[in-house]
Design a protein. Sequence first.
Length: 168
Amino acid sequence: MQRRTLLKLGGVSAAILVIGGGAVALLQPGLRGGALSAGGRDVFVAVGRAVLDKSLPADDGARQIALNGLLSRIDILVQALPLHAQDELSQLLALLASAPGRRMLTGLSQPWPEASVADIQQALQQMRMSMLALRQQAYAALHDITAGAYFSDASTWPLLGYPGPRKL
């Protein structure tokens, strides 16, 4: 494939994603009232299961409690973001929550709640290593929000070997 053709294909693909993402975001936003919508919650639970795989409790009940705590902390994080960043995150989550957007951005064919941890990890890895900056940026946002929100809770610090802040 010629370089010019590849650049045109990339440009057209990016335009389709932006237009499609905007249309989906208007119909089903990823955020509602400064908090995750149902679709946004599905995305972050799945990404949390994949990114935090070995850090989450092994017991199903404790794992679910940890994931619910993650979602609560993400809601707090979202409210602290400037409005333009909330809008961008809402569009990204709306796109990822839709089947066509999920397939185009991640390559994941199963819905988020049904996908295995291994499949989600593979999809995230493909996003991370993609030649398209849009996919890399989406990966970075999902990864950083997930890890930052999870490890902001003091109960997770021992996993990192972090004793906590020093008392002054």
